[in-house]
Design a binder for this molecule. Structure first.
Ligand code: IMP
Ligand code: MG
Length: 184
């Protein structure tokens, strides 16, 4: 039982996640071959996926991060992108890594920002895509799982910066949100 969660509805367990990341890595390895890659993890949600995925990829790579923020609890706020710490991407093959493609606004904005820096190519990979939520035209190039429209936590995904450390993906039930909102 996880602190603060009344029920734990597991959507993807550790083994399913491992198999999904394995398949994701296989597709990326097939697509890039031995071309050197610049991998940029979108923090903080992609932190676990980034660590697991890069160890399953075969090409020479540089690994960097940028930071986005948009959620406060389950409510969307203004999107900010902080790329100050990012690697140089000019004339590089860039692969962006994110935890979840929900409305798609975050990834679309990050792709646009990175594109302005003159990469040779830019693609994206996500762990999860929420069914039916997209409000943008583009899609990620690599997707491990399609999931129902539920608020999920674990394996990097948070609710108010908690639960990122869960080794599985769980749905937050309305009663869990109420408990978490009380800070317990
Ligand atoms: P989008 O801009 O709507 O595609 O949302 C992307 C960002 O919102 C993700 O990178 C996550 O950080 C966050 N997000 C969206 N849905 C969830 C969720 O169900 N749980 C936790 N974070 C989420
Ligand atoms: Mg995120």
């Amino acid at each position: 039982m996880i602190r603060g969660l009344k029920t734990v509805k597991i959507l993807l367990d550790e083994q399913q996640l491992n198999e999904g990341v394995e398949k994701l890595a296989h597709s990326i390895n097939q697509s890039y071959g031995s071309r050197p890659l610049t991998i940029i993890g979108i923090m903080t949600g992609s932190v676990i996926l980034l660590a697991d995925l890069v160890r399953k990829l075969d090409m020479p790579m540089r690994v960097g991060v940028l930071q986005t923020t948009s959620y406060h609890g389950t409510q969307r706020g203004p999107l900010t992108i902080d790329a100050d710490m990012m690697l140089d991407v000019t004339q590089r093959d860039v692969l962006l890594i994110d935890d979840i493609f929900d409305t798609g606004h975050t990834l679309t904005a990050v792709v646009e920002k990175v594109r302005q820096l003159g990469p040779k190519s830019i693609q994206s990979a996500v762990l999860l895509r929420k069914t039916g939520q997209q409000q943008v035209a583009g899609q990620p190039d690599f997707i491990a799982f399609d999931i129902p429209d539920e608020f999920v936590v674990g394996y990097g995904l948070d609710y108010n910066d908690e639960y990122r450390n869960l080794s599985y993906i769980a749905c937050l039930e309305p009663e869990d949100l109420a408990v978490s909102d009380q800070g317990s």
